[in-house]
Design a protein around this ligand. Structure first.
Ligand SMILES: *Cc1c(COP(=O)(O)O)cnc(C)c1O
Length: 415
């Protein structure tokens, strides 16, 4: 371990909870350098929806590299980019009746969010962006300004402004009608709220504790945005690419955002890649006004194109929902055994978790799971939620195995 501790910055984090040196990975498993297998219920924070080194994606990637095809291309036209765009149009956008322009903002979720925020401000000529309590949108300054977590915000070292947080769905425990405060502030010219450029929202808050907005709440938000001519940005970086069932997490609500951010599982292989999707009329960018060196990640175009082929039928979506039910049942059973210590099951599809009354318990459960060779992380403002993000390709047997480990880990901490 020495070189990690002597040379790598203190900012490292996941490795502290998982003190192993990993070397190989395949499907739902990682292997440390001694060859021990770990079941992966984190999947790179939702980056590996098709597991590690999926054979179909790997084959395309190896062929592409072996053929001396172009790897880096700024934003030049390439064959790999053409295939990606054509397939994206054909498999993802057209069947859903979606009409978006595709912007390549640079290879990270935060880059997709920055582009979305900049564009919303440029298009509307307004400054304020509305975010939600417990939102997470990334670590760059613009994205941090719409992020809730106080520890992450304080890392900015400067004021994070031009944003206003509003209560996410059920933040006030159902005690007020949805959007009561938001609508009132918008309607009252004395409220002090400047007319916002945009609202940015996650349908399920991955980092913020797996709070899942109901379809009704999302429809209400979309309608409110339309009434007040505010742009609606859905950050689907973590919950998109099929994590909650459909390829876009907002499909269940039947809404069509003005701007959509995708990243994490977009390349399907763990290669850095992101897109910002914008309604055609919003495409007011000047050439090069938002730029970046790594906007032509051709190997990621290749694996993303291959991954989209998994979505030609309804198989992926149905399977994900079925596996989500398997998880919900098992977690509900665990929660029922400890009604005082466990506040319930949260999330949707293959992003679900257990909420613990005592925030110390969740990391202890993850540590017990690690001892039993299962990788899981916590989420929520106090880290009080144990979060499950298995690859969508995890088999039902692997899920059952992992869920048994979680039950044993919870028992070990709470009994
Ligand atoms: C991970 C994440 C981001 C940031 O992505 P990076 O690649 O880490 O910059 C933004 N939004 C959401 C919802 C995320 O989960």
């Amino acid at each position: 371990m020495d070189v990690f501790e002597s040379l790598e910055s203190e900012v490292r984090s996941y490795c502290r909870g998982w003190p192993a040196v990993f070397n190989k990975a395949s499907g739902s498993h990682l292997y440390d350098e001694e060859g021990n297998a770990f079941l992966d219920f984190f999947a790179g924070a939702g980056t590996l929806n098709y597991g590690h080194n999926h054979p179909q994606l790997k084959e395309r990637l190896i062929d592409y590299l072996a053929g001396d095809n172009i790897v880096h291309s700024l934003d030049m036209y390439t064959v790999a980019k053409r295939r990606f765009l054509e397939t994206f149009q054909e498999v993802i956008l057209a069947p859903r009746g979606l009409d978006y322009r595709v912007q390549f903002p640079g290879p990270a979720g935060a880059a997709a969010v920055e582009a979305a925020l900049k564009l919303a401000r440029k298009y509307t000529g307004r400054e304020t962006v509305i975010s939600f309590t417990n939102a997470f949108h990334g670590m760059s300054l613009g994205a941090l300004a719409v992020t809730g977590n106080s520890m992450k915000r304080s890392g900015a070292g400067i004021p994070l402004n031009h944003t206003v947080p509003m209560p996410f769905d059920n933040y006030l425990d159902g005690q007020t009608p949805d959007f009561l405060l938001f609508e009132r502030l918008l309607d009252d010219s004395g409220s002090g709220l400047d007319i916002p450029a945009a609202v940015i929202v996650e349908t399920v808050q991955g980092e913020g504790g797996l709070n899942a907005a109901t379809p009704e709440w999302l429809r209400g938000l979309a309608a409110l945005c339309e009434r007040h001519e505010i742009l609606l940005i859905v950050d689907d970086v973590q919950m998109g690419c099929g994590r909650t069932g459909p390829i876009f997490s907002f499909e269940q609500a039947g809404i069509v955002p003005d701007i959509v951010c995708l990243s994490k599982s977009l390349s399907g292989y763990g290669l850095p890649f992101a897109v910002t999707l914008l309604k055609p009329e919003l495409d007011v960018w000047e050439p090069g006004e938002h730029n970046g060196t790594f906007r032509g990640p051709n190997p990621a175009f290749v694996t993303a194109t291959a991954a989209m082929e998994f979505w030609t039928g309804e198989g992926m979506e149905k399977e994900t929902l079925t596996k989500g039910e398997q998880i919900e049942e098992a977690l509900t059973r665990i929660a029922a055994a400890y009604p005082d210590a466990i506040g319930g099951v949260r999330g949707r599809g293959l992003a679900q978790g257990l909420v613990f009354a005592d925030a110390e318990v969740a990391p202890a459960v993850c540590a017990q799971a690690f001892d039993r060779r299962l990788l899981m992380e916590t989420s929520g403002p106090e880290g009080e939620v144990v979060k499950l993000l298995p690859p969508l390709t995890t088999t039902s047997d692997e899920l059952a195995e992992g869920l048994d480990i979680i039950a044993a880990s919870v028992d070990a901490v709470l009994v």
